[in-house]
Design a protein around this ligand. Structure first.
Ligand SMILES: Nc1nc2c(ncn2[C@@H]2O[C@H](COP(=O)(O)OP(=O)(O)OP(=O)(O)O)[C@@H](O)[C@H]2O)c(=O)[nH]1
Length: 175
């Protein structure tokens, strides 16, 4: 079976759960006391998609402002970007919009963008209405999912959607 390597980066405010999403996806594990990422971390996971295997090369970037200038190194050459916000923090949704703008201006032209509203398990203290995020995602033709790294909700599904989109992309350029 053919293996395709797909570079994916995670972007978003500090504390929104980027590392936790990656950890849930790659190791099916959740840590309540995960330390903030320094610089970036790298993990891989291979998943079947149709008649091929997709090997995700995942760059989990640091959300702290002091690391912002490093981000282009990770989104350049990426096939997809997952921009994460925390549904309980309106500020993190504003930061997501800044990342969308930055990707549009400086990212790869054909990059697939996925928006992930994480911490879905904390719906009681939600600050970002799902509809608002969904409408925004639609307006920029992005994949959208609310996830919970903690409860393993929609994390696998998020990467499956990205995988499917990447397959379709190849299909359309091949014809
Ligand atoms: N309740 C809940 N907490 C979560 C979830 N995902 C992550 N967390 C918690 O949120 C905190 C921050 O998670 P991280 O994964 O370190 O966030 P990050 O976006 O990688 O942060 P930086 O590395 O600083 O950019 C940790 O205490 C996690 O345990 C979730 O789905 N639900």
């Amino acid at each position: 079976m053919a293996i395709r390597e797909l570079k994916v980066c995670l972007l978003g405010d500090t504390g929104v759960g980027k590392s936790s999403i990656v950890c849930r996806f790659v190791q099916d594990h959740f840590d309540h006391n995960v330390s903030p990422t320094i610089g970036a971390s790298f993990l891989t996971k291979t998943v079947p998609c149709g008649h091929e295997l997709h090997k995700f090369l995942i760059w989990d970037t640091a959300g702290q402002e002091r690391f912002h200038s490093l981000a282009p190194m990770y989104y350049r050459g990426s096939a997809a970007a997952v921009i994460v916000y925390d549904i309980t923090k309106l500020d993190s949704f504003q930061t997501l919009k800044k990342w969308v703008k930055e990707l549009k201006e400086h990212g790869p032209e054909d990059i697939i963008v996925a928006l992930a509203g994480n911490k879905k398990d904390l719906g009681d203290i939600r600050e970002v209405p799902m509809k608002e995020a969904k409408d925004f995602a639609e307006s920029i033709a992005a994949i959208f999912m609310e996830t919970s790294a903690r409860n393993a909700v929609n994390v696998e599904e998020l990467f499956q959607k990205i995988s499917k989109c990447l397959s379709l992309d190849v299909g359309s350029t091949g014809t």
